[in-house]
Design a protein around this ligand. Structure first.
Ligand code: NAP
Length: 285
């Protein structure tokens, strides 16, 4: 393994609150995402060979120096992209890809809002939508994060502590919410007939939603989980190619990741939970 990606799902798993895997045995090896080189292949493997650089986003027990990766889960990566960039792009990039292209399906000229725009998913999603001709807006917690999002092409980025909300009610075709506790506010930002794309709980579980109120304004809530979009090898390959094209065409740049030695995983988890990180956190064996 060259780099292992840290994700909220690792925190949910560690706490035993992951909605997909309720129980994990203890002790437990965390981690699902990483980039490395193939140093051994099984006898029946035909899709990969020794020395190939591959990444994966859905293989358990990845917080390790060596990981056994099922053939269909290993994804070949472009040689001209830097290792760190690929490690940042992986899981969060494939998430941004299905949020944009399977759920949001926005048309050029539409206005979208991203809550947590300077996070790992947020940064990639924002630049992907901008590259697709969509006007991107968002909110964040600090001036430094605001600058990152503006430099990446967002039209306007509000600070959470500023009184911006009242001026932007019912202005967006789509609102992307990976924070959870912000759901009600995000519904207010939607135009009538708009879609809220709910994809995570970085800030805590969302409140219950009144469907009758939604119905009266023709607003919809869409949800999705990456695992339901990576159903076989060819899905992984097609979706990764579409994602990496944005990087090789230089339409997406990610901020410098924070890298911790694998042995300092506890510090990495604390940083991700604190919300103070900008962009990706990686572990290096
Ligand atoms: N559905 C899927 O398949 C899928 C796949 C991957 C990730 N996810 C989800 O996507 C979300 C983002 O993941 P990530 O890897 O991008 O994490 P991240 O880099 O830490 O970004 C999360 C952002 O959420 C914001 N945030 C955190 N607590 C908040 C609060 N109390 N109020 C408002 N904003 C808050 C922070 O932004 P500010 O400091 O700027 O507010 C932070 O940058 C997570 O919920 C994760 O579970 C879902």
């Amino acid at each position: 393994m060259s780099y292992i990606g840290l994700n909220f799902a690792d925190i949910y798993r560690r706490k035993g609150t992951y909605h997909i895997e309720k129980r994990v045995s203890s002790p437990y090896i965390d981690g699902y995402e990483g980039l490395g080189m193939v140093i051994a292949v099984g006898k029946k493997v035909t899709k990969h060979q020794l020395g190939e650089k591959v990444f994966f986003v859905d293989v358990p027990f990845a917080n390790a120096e060596l990981v056994a990766v099922p053939e269909d889960h290993a994804i070949e990566v472009p040689n001209d992209l830097d290792n760190k960039v690929i490690a940042c792009a992986g899981l969060q990039g494939l998430t941004a890809d299905f949020l944009a292209h399977d759920l949001g399906r926005n048309r050029p000229g539409q206005n979208v809002f991203i809550h947590g725009i300077s996070g790992g998913v947020g940064q990639i999603l924002s630049q992907m939508l901008t590259a697709d001709g969509i006007n991107v807006y968002g909110v964040t917690s600090t001036k430094a994060k605001q600058k990152v999002a503006l430099d990446q092409g967002a039209k306007a980025v509000f600070l959470r502590t500023d009184p911006w909300l009242q001026n932007w009610l019912e202005r967006f075709d789509t609102v992307y919410d990976g924070v959870g506790i912000t759901l009600e506010q995000n519904i207010e930002l939607l135009k009538h007939r708009g879609n809220l794309v709910f994809f995570g709980m970085a800030g805590g579980n969302p409140p219950r939603v009144d469907l009758v109120t939604l119905l009266s304004q023709s607003k919809s809530i869409l949800t999705g989980d990456l695992w339901d979009y990576l159903t076989d090898y060819w899905e992984r390959i097609a979706r990764s190619k579409r994602l990496f094209n944005y990087f090789t065409d230089e339409k997406i740049k990610v901020s410098e990741p924070t890298v911790f030695p694998l042995k300092d995983g506890i510090l990495a988890h604390k940083l991700l939970e604190s919300g103070n990180n900008v962009g990706k956190i990686l572990l290096k064996p």
